[in-house]
Design a protein around this ligand. Structure first.
Ligand code: SME
Length: 156
């Protein structure tokens, strides 16, 4: 991550909370979260959700940036690893990640987080891609994990 460029976590969080208040529709929540993170985080060059649409299967959801691949099985890619393991995937160098799926040749680093609702249902994964190497930090993870749990708690 480049020194000096800070992420306005509080500002993005405040906008997401205000816009999502009272909403439970998962797609509406996803579209709003993606918009605010993409435009608020200085290192997000592609921001989007992949939704769980069947056993071990992800399909693209709301996103910002260039086109993304439509279908990802849990067995493939950084997104599949996040969905399969239930663990955050912070990839500082996508070239070093086995079976990384390159939707854009400019992507250098990636942060993918699994997203559950309050009933423990895996709704999908949030994928942040950056053209900057090692763009995402532990602070990004510490910010997003509880925020996503809060926003999607009541989502169906
Ligand atoms: N890079 C992801 C695929 C999604 S495109 O980057 C938008 C992966 O390896 O799962």
């Amino acid at each position: 991550m480049l020194d000096g460029q800070k992420v306005d976590y509080d500002g993005i969080t405040a906008r997401i909370r205000a816009l999502c208040e009272g909403e439970t529709d998962a797609v509406a929540l996803m579209a709003t979260v993606v918009c605010e993170i993409h435009h608020g985080h200085p290192f997000c060059d592609w921001t989007g959700f992949y939704r769980v649409v069947g056993p071990e299967l992800l399909k693209i959801g709301p996103y910002q940036g260039g086109h993304g691949c439509l279908v990802i099985p849990f067995s493939r890619g950084v997104c599949g690893a996040a969905a399969r393991t239930g663990r955050v995937q912070n990839v500082p160098d996508v070239e070093a990640f086995p079976d990384h799926i390159a939707c854009s040749s400019s992507t250098k680093s990636e942060l993918v987080l699994p997203v559950w609702n309050g009933a423990g249902v895996l709704l999908g994964v949030l994928d942040l891609d950056s053209d900057t190497p090692a763009a995402f930090t532990q602070a990004d993870e510490d910010w997003l994990v509880p925020l996503l749990a809060e926003v999607f708690r009541e989502a169906a």
